[in-house]
Structures are given as structure tokens and as C-alpha cells.
Design a binder for this molecule. Sequence first.
Ligand code: GRG
Length: 301
Amino acid sequence: MSLALQAALKEKTAAVETMLARLIPEIPEAEGRVFEAMRYSTLAGGKRLRPFLVLATADMFNVSETAALRTASAVEMVHCYSLVHDDLPAMDDDSMRRGKPACHRQFDEATAILAGDALLTRAFEVLAAPSTHADPAVRCTLVSELAKAAGPHGMVGGQMVDLLAERKGRDHLGLDVSAITRMHQMKTGRIIGFSCMAGAILGKAPPQIRHALQAYAHDLGLAFQIVDDLLDVEGDPARMGKTQGKDAAAGKATFVTLLGLERAKEQARALGEQAISHLKVFDEEASLLRDVVGYVLERQS
Ligand code: GRG
């Protein structure tokens, strides 16, 4: 990882964690337990890739620090909600997340469901507040784009396809490469896409700039997912902080089962190069985004 990226990741992660802690306070009232579970699931650990992408692109368009941090926190809240719900027994049934007991293990299932619901709704409350941006049209675009990325055409839809594929996988009727690409584009790609676009929305960047970022995010998101599948097979369990080998055990089709290890690695590298090529409309201001590609390809967790 480049030194510039290392320093920026450290600084931006700390800033977003401070903002998240402010946006999700500890409260003494009876409902304080749901705030506690929200804080538990958002404040410790995680690579903070999505908020980093929001902050790095916001820097390219001279967006105010408060606007960028609030938007980055909203995206991380949606991401953390998805992890909390994904770990539930009715979904992926995982007991560990980010090296700690999953939310429903630390608290209980009902609290984890509520904490996920509350993270999702709080994210939109944060985006809709005037302190996120003075222009209501910008706030409305943020809300609408994040809703589309997280909802049934995006992450939730992708999760549905994934769950159905898992059932079919048991009967050896899993997805092929194009269906799995579409599923991941919905399940993880759309939120990564929003993260790369949010800074441009906040900074009112012109459409061709947004398109370049969208194309970059598309390839980055897919490379991220292929690496995720590779880590599920080859990763170091001590560094992963979650259960490994579940996809294989469930008989699920992954990029690795469909392409094999070597072709999956090649594909991730090619997507990384393609992602960088979409940034040619930018100069130095996109250097962190270029560095992120290497980080995503080389990540160990
Ligand atoms: C429950 C609606 C709903 C959706 C769940 C995103 C998701 C959909 C499930 C997560 C399960 C999973 C392992 C997906 C594969 C890629 C992915 C999103 C990994 C987790 O993201 P990272 O690696 O996690 O960025 P950290 O902890 O670093 O933030």
C-alpha cells in the first residue's frame, strides 16, 4: 500500500469513527440498548473502504468536511446494517464479525434486527438533514441514490438472488459467471458505486465526471468481490475476523469455483487495470483512488 494511502486511510478512518460516534450517541433512556448495539456494530473494526471512497472523492470536488463525513458515515451505517442482518441465523448464520461476536451473539436476535433497522433509517435521517448539504436537491439526490443502491434493485435484491442461489446450489443448479457477476454488482457493487459517486453529487460535478467515477466503481466493486471469494479460500483466518470457507461448504458458485484460482486472480488484476483506466480524465487529484485499486487487490482481510 502506498504511504499516501496508508496515511489517508488512517486519518479518514479516525475522522469517520468520530463522526459515527457523534451520530450514534450513548443514551440513558430505555431504548439505549438499541443505540448500544448500533455502536457495537459500527465503531470497532472494519476496513472502512466505503467511507474512505466517499471522503477521497469528496476531496476531489472541494466538498466541506462535515458534508463528506456525514455522507461517509451514512454509507458505513448502511453497510454495517447489512452485515448485522447478514449474520443472523435466518440469513448467513455467522457467529463472528470483524473479529468479535456477531451482533445477535453479543446481544440477541431481536436486538440485532432492530439495530440493523435503526442503522438503515438513521443513515437516511443523516443524509436528509440540512447540515449534510445546504441545497435540498443535493440531499434529495443523495437519499434517492443510496436508497436505490441499498434496496431491492441493489443490495437487498442481490442478497435475495444469493440466498436463492444457495438453495439451488444444494441441488447443483448454481449461478453461472454472468449471473454471479450481476448478483455481486447488486449486492456489493451498487453501494461501492454510491460511495464513489457521493463526493461528485455533493460537489455538483458534471455528468461526464460522474460517469467516469461510476465506471471506476463498477470495476473496483467486481475486483473487490473476486478478492473476497479468493480470501474465502486462501485467506488467513486470524486476519479475516469472520468464518471462512462457508461458500464452498454451502456448495455455492463463486468466482473461484467457476473460474479456478488462477483465472480468478487474473480477472481481478484485469479489472483493477480497467478501473484505473477510467480515471484518466483526472490528474493528481485521483491518485488516492488509483492507490485504492492496489489496496483492494492486495487486501488480506
Ligand atoms: C442483509 C440486506 C442484507 C444484505 C447483506 C453486503 C451483504 C448483503 C452481506 C455481506 C456478506 C458478505 C461477506 C458479502 C461479500 C462482500 C462483502 C460486502 C464483504 C464485507 O465487506 P468488507 O470486507 O467488510 O468491506 P468490513 O468489515 O471491512 O467493512
